[in-house]
Structures are given as structure tokens and as C-alpha cells.
Design a protein around this ligand. Sequence first.
Ligand code: AHR
Length: 328
Amino acid sequence: MRWMIVAAMVALVGCKQQAAENKAPAAGAEGAGGAPVAKKLSVGFSQVGAESAWRTAETNSIRGEAEKRGVDLKFADAQGKQAQQIQALTSFIAQKVDAIVLAPVVETGWDVVLTRAKEANIPVILVDRGIKTSDESLYTTLIASDFVEEGRMAAEWLAKKTNGKANIYELQGTTGAAPAIDRKKGFEEVLAKYPDLKIIKSQSADFTRAKGKEVMEAFIKSDREKIQAVYAHNDDMALGAIQALDEAGMNPGKDVTLISVDGVKGAFEAMVAGKLNATVECNPLLGPLVFDTINKVRAGEKVEKFIKSNDQLFEQSTAAQVIGSREY
Ligand code: AHR
């Protein structure tokens, strides 16, 4: 009899314990002993792809910073396709993330999905590229460089370098992307002051080294004798163009003046080798600023609609001194 009573008591204690475990709060609300445990911030990051060294540096900066801060980062690589970015955003909304970070591949076509994010009260932070929208309230802020200004800086430098006279061959970025549109706009704005500084041919090479080489080869084939300068919307395309010029025996950096945008390590190496003449920096190390901004927004603080990075131009003459301190 006595052992039956003991067994019943043990069973009762076991049942109570089980019930208590089932009721235990989900991780993130309360820990052992009821002590509050901070819920991990969850952020969805829709990235354009991995088309350039610059893009990889940006991805690493945002991923690295998320890891440092213990943020649950849901990362989606869109492989250059807007449809994949829209799909990623739809999934982030369904997962009820705390914030969305979007590097939009192109400028237009975001209103529908961003309206859904707004309805779900999820702040959207645009990084490095802006969008065109009829409703500016669909995103909280844009953290980026001023691409129009980068285009202006490139043209002013080229005008000085060539005494305002050169046949320019332009390698554009991805069609419809903000940096392609704006870098062209800023460049042409300055060119208007120099009637002998002319864009002879201009074509998209999609921000990649392979296409930069391919397009440059076509320019060389048709216009070899005319090519005096190359303006590439990013360093990777310029590096591809340098390869094409080298293979054609055309002396890039000397007989052909090249300027591009980004300031990646490869561009500095090309400048040290005397093959690229200048690059306009565009800062991809946005991770710390992105998460500081998300924290501010979540704390109800007001943030600027455009948080601008300050960039500078680097020339071949100082490349060797500077290359050691480059972070990307
Ligand atoms: O949006 C920034 C641009 O996109 C960078 O200049 C280019 O390298 C990248 O692909």
C-alpha cells in the first residue's frame, strides 16, 4: 500500500513538471526563473546579386554586422532579378520580420510589394540604390552615395585630364538601375560644358567584368582608332575593358584614359599597374549604419530620408600610397 502511495505522488510531481514545461514561454520572452531575455531582432535583406566586387563587399559588411550584433538576418540573393526580390520581400512580410533591407536592382516596380510591407508595419530601409515611387512613405530611408555627384566628379576629372577634348566610350551599368541612370546623368551634365568632350558610344555591360570586356571588344572592333577615353559606371566593367584593350595591344592608362566608379581593391591594383587612371569611391561598407538606423527607427526616432555617404576620387598618382588602407 505504502509503495502505491509513493508511486502516485511521484507520478503527480512528474505531471506538474510536464505541464509547467509546456507552458514555458517561448525563447525570446522569458528565460529560466522568469528573467526577461531580449528577443533577437529579425531583418530580411534582399540583395541584388554578386555581380561585382563592390556588391560582395556590401553583402559582407551587412552580414558581418548582423552577426556581430546577434541579429537574425534572413539573406536572399536575387541574382539580378527583380521578380526574385519581390518574392523575397513577400516571404519576409509573411515571416513578420522587424525590418526589411532592400538593395533594389532597378528603380521602378516596387509600389505593390512595398505597400504590403507598409500595411504590415514593417519599415523598409533602401541601401545603396534608390527607387522611383509615387508614394515616398513606402520606404523609411535610403542609405547610399549620391550617384549623380559621382558622375559629375568623373566628368570633371576627365575634362581636366584631357583638356576638355576626347572621344569617350561609356560602359553603362544595369539598364534601369539607379547608379546607371544617375552616373550617366551627372556625367552628361558636366560634359555639356565641354563641346569637344563627347560620348561616341555608350552601352550597358551590366556592372560585370565579363560584359565590360565583351562590350569593349566590340567598341575596339568598330572604332579602334577613335577610342581616347573610357568611362565605366563601375570598376569591374573598367577592369574587363582594360583586359580587352591589353589584348588588342592598345595601352590602357596611357593611350586610352580610363575612369570608373567604386574604388575596389582591384581598381587600386590596376592604378598601381598604370592601367586605370582614376576611380570615384562609392562606399559599400554600410552594415553598421544600416543597423544603427534600424534601431533608431524602432525606437521611434526620426531619420533623414536620404542618408548620404561621402565619397572621394582617387588618382593613379596616389594609388600606391593608399592601396594598403583600402578595406574593400
Ligand atoms: O549600386 C551600386 C553599384 O552596383 C556599384 O557601383 C556596382 O559595382 C554595383 O554592382
